[in-house]
Design a protein around this ligand. Sequence first.
Ligand SMILES: [Zn+2]
Length: 522
Amino acid sequence: MLDCKITQGTVYDGLGGPPTVADVGVKDGKIAAVGSLGDVPAREILPAEGLCVCPGFIDVHSHTDDWYFLNPWAVSKLLQGVTTEIIGNCGDSAAPLAAFKSVRTADGSEFRWRTTGEFMAAVQSHGLGINAASLIGHGNLRSIAVGEESGRADRNHLQAMKRLLRRSLADGALGLSTGLVYPPGCFADTVELTALGVTLLPAGGIYTSHIRDEGDRLTESVREVIELCRATGVTGVVSHHKAAGRKNWGKTATTLRLLAAARADGLRIFCDVYPYTALNTGLGTLLPLWSHSGGRAAMLERLDASQTLPEIRREVEEKAAGDYANIIITKLKAPEHRELQGRSLAEIAARLGLSPSEAVIALLRTNAGEVDMIWHALAEEDLQAVLAAPFAMIGSDAGARVSYGPLAAELPHPRSYGTFPRVIARYVRELGLLSLAEAIRKMTSLPAQVFGLANRGRLTSGCAADITIFDFAAICDTATYANPFQQPAGVLHVLVNGVPAVWDGKLQYRAAGRFLRRRHWR
Ligand SMILES: [Zn+2]
């Protein structure tokens, strides 16, 4: 007796080959059989004639982190057909921490953690609607071992970081992520990163990197990842690969060639990408790196100091390169600035009667440094070149959102709701850049292989029953920059570990997700 039988769907196994019309049987959270299951009895029968049945999507680049306590169903991800998120990206993870962090949830329960293992246990005991797995932020390690100051890590610092990394890997983390434009990760040199890479290898950990520079020094920054992989033997991933800024458009031709050549040399190196031409990050990334030394309070002080401010403004102007009309401010906390959210820096500067670089400083100052932007800084040609690369996976670069509560207070990037349907609608169905089987492979078996998610990402018997069922003719992202909280169309049913998470396009609020620990797969 099967728990569920999905009948006569067009089945993509996730490995990239052509689909077959088949039944899929689910039992005890696993795929029991794929084939002709006509006589096999099942508790529930789901007719899927004319629909695509494939492994649940794996979002390799998520920032949901401790938002699971605000959004345990990972609403914007489940609605897209994502069944596993990899969190802890860009050098920043929910754990480990220097001191205990505690959150109180809506029902009054309290959750505390400091180590990676404690965080995983807290998320699981709160209830999880999606599978999650975590990288360890290099920024966390540096912050605990070295502090927020710039400067090289000494021997003792390095030993402490390695110890923390080993402990987190033993707790079940997938590997290390770096965020080399964000403090304090940006203060690390290649020697420090390579030393940590050496620690990853015996534990089978992976190295992912938000590289040092995605614009003027893009090529050198990609080279740094390649050289780290060459020196250490670890598997590497260039996060959200892109060429930012008009004068750097076209550079992905070079970087993709470098990555392909490294792979031809035998290195295990990959990248991920989101299907949009706007990036989304903190406004503070426009400031010089040195201005972040010592942490946020020190940075805010420098914005007020007459010795440092002119140099900071010069760098803001250089980095923004006059593109203020294309930089949209999406998160402001100060009440007097709330109505500026959603407007461009050019517009905000005019309203405040300031120059654009003065407006950047004013916004950061008034909002205690917590300002986010969406910057329309990428070219469609680069995006398509990266998407088409056979070693590119799909990552939203977004945390899971929900349209109420604290996560709805900002104007998020539409990628939080739209990434996976958009790849299929726009780049498979409309533009024919990828075949559907290849797009699904990039969303399922490829990430499962790269990140070591055994028994996930494939639709074959014995694998976990993470299954997404969608209508190829109808699937479409509907979230926009102006209206980002929009459920995509055409994603009909989503099973997480065999349990309906989305049924007939409706969220089921079932806590069927698991925090995937690396030791469980080996
Ligand atoms: Zn990043």
